[in-house]
Ligand binder design. Structure first.
Ligand SMILES: [Zn+2]
Length: 488
């Protein structure tokens, strides 16, 4: 069923007068949300002559909107909301007219410095990830759980391309992005020569990690690197060769790096990454006859490797990961127990909050930014209830409010605005959950709201207003089968 509007004004039912509708709105607010960071991105970007959404996306890509300090937990030792490299801090501070110390301690000063650096030098190695983030939009959270929404650039094709890519030498699900030959030992390992799979996290970004392993000075590498946002897998060293990922536990192991920071597993260890990594590990376990158990498959921090590394840290969900490995990476997205809390009626132009709760009945977690409410019937339809600055795009109302593991209940909160109407109309808009790039899932649900003209009587009393000889006609709108709860 597509979105249906019933004309409620009785006069119109009787006399067939036209109901005016406005065209579907388009996004104009580049960065919105209730976090104070949203306004800060807009303010600082304007002041430094860069685009606000570019600045916000750069912060998302580098730190997931966290303020990074030199301890490395947020951005691998890079500084501030956009993770400025230590070697760039002094110049960035100078360009922005702030002090070095302020960049390291004050979020707004760090943002000014980053914006000045982007204005002077461009995005450099961040360009591809920023483009990809802007293409699909961002619904992120600051450290206090408040939202930062960056509108999707829907005209731009998602830039997941990695230039000219080629098939990996081993795992068919990977793209071959070879490490520098200075960063591993050539060998001729076969099926009997690998007995453990070592799980790491990068404590850095995906692109930065790939670049580092391609730098002859690095003297480190891993066979595979998996990207956080979508589970993209790069193969960097052939499995027959010995990658240097694990100080003295390399000879009989395959190493897999995961983009992210152990301090923030909820922000970086996403379901698409778990699924992609587990599919790879399942393939490796079959190939080398390694038991699909936590033990032969182990974290760097657990490996007998004479280093002090602790990755991927306590936030890595081993129980979930091993289950995924045992199922060959098969995770399912299922949702039920739907409750929609929406207003029954709104004036044109009036804002209201819609809260949708759904139980996660699948085996996959729902992630910040990745698990979203999308329009249905037809899918990816522009919604008339779209709110600029609150929605990610006219076909994406919001993402899940917090990471929602399997077996728990997720909440999706978004605003709706009453469209301009000349006469009362009931809008019935269909939505469904979508794991971006993976699947649509769960029940299709409806937000049904009566919209009355801005100058009409209050919505609560705006039933069927009769006029023009239509007195006595009763219009009953049957909204059968809808599971919804009225707010008032
Ligand atoms: Zn490691």
């Amino acid at each position: 069923m597509r979105a249906v509007k019933w004309a409620l004004a009785c006069a119109c039912v009787v006399f067939g007068c036209a109901v005016e509708r406005t065209p579907a709105p388009q996004p104009h607010v580049a960065v919105g949300g209730d976090s104070p960071l949203a306004a800060m991105f807009v303010r600082v970007a304007a002041e430094q002559g860069v685009a606000a959404d570019t600045l916000a996306a750069a912060s998302y890509v580098r730190t997931r909107f966290r303020f990074a300090t030199a301890d490395g937990a947020e951005a691998g030792g890079a500084i501030g909301l956009v993770g400025i490299g230590e070697h760039d801090v002094a110049r960035a501070a100078m360009l922005a007219g702030v002090t070095d110390a302020a960049v390291r301690t004050d979020p707004e000063a760090s943002l000014r410095a980053a914006a000045a650096l982007i204005h002077a030098d461009g995005l450099g190695s961040l360009q591809r990830e920023v483009d990809a983030a802007l293409a699909r939009g961002i619904d992120g959270r600051d450290a206090d759980g408040l939202s930062i929404v960056v509108a999707a650039h829907r005209a731009v094709a998602p830039n997941d391309g990695l230039g000219t890519t080629s098939q990996s030498v081993n795992y068919p699900g990977a793209v071959w992005m070879p490490a520098s030959t200075s960063n591993y030992q050539v060998a001729s390992r076969g099926a009997g020569d690998v007995d453990h799979i070592v799980i790491h996290d990068t404590e850095g970004g995906f692109d930065g990690t790939v670049s580092w392993f391609q730098d002859p000075a690095a003297q480190v590498s891993a066979h595979y690197v998996v990207r956080s946002r979508d589970g993209f897998v790069a193969q960097m060293v052939a499995e027959k060769n010995i990658a240097w990922h694990d100080k003295c536990f390399n000879t009989t192991t395959v190493g897999i790096e995961h983009e992210g920071f152990a301090a923030h597993p909820d922000l970086w260890y996403t379901e698409p990454m778990y699924i992609a990594s587990a599919t790879l590990t399942s393939y490796l376990a079959d190939k080398y006859s390694i038991a699909k158990q936590h033990g032969p498959i182990l974290g760097h921090g657990e490996a007998p490797d004479c280093s002090d590394h602790t990755d991927p840290g306590p936030g890595w969900n081993w129980e979930h990961y091993i289950e995924l490995v045992q199922s060959g990476g098969a995770a399912n997205f299922l949702a039920g127990d739907l409750v929609v809390d929406a207003p029954a009626a709104l004036h044109s132009g009036e804002l209201a909050t819609v809260t949708v709760t759904l139980a996660n009945h699948g085996t996959a977690a729902w992630d910040l930014d990745a698990t979203r409410v999308g329009t249905q019937d037809p899918q990816d339809r522009d919604s008339d209830l779209f709110v600029d600055g609150d929605w990610i795009a006219p076909d994406r109302a919001t993402a899940v409010d917090t990471q929602t593991p399997a077996g728990t209940t997720g909440t999706f909160t978004f605003q709706i605005r009453g469209p301009d109407v000349a006469a009362p109309i009931v809008y019935d808009e269909a939505f469904q959950l979508v794991e971006e790039g993976v699947a649509w899932f769960g029940p299709t649900f409806h937000v049904v709201v009566q919209i009355v003209p801005a100058d009409a009587m209050p919505p609560d009393s705006a039933g069927c207003t009769t006029s023009g000889g239509a007195g006595g006609l009763v219009v009953v709108v049957a909204v059968a089968g809808l599971r919804r709860r009225r707010r008032r």
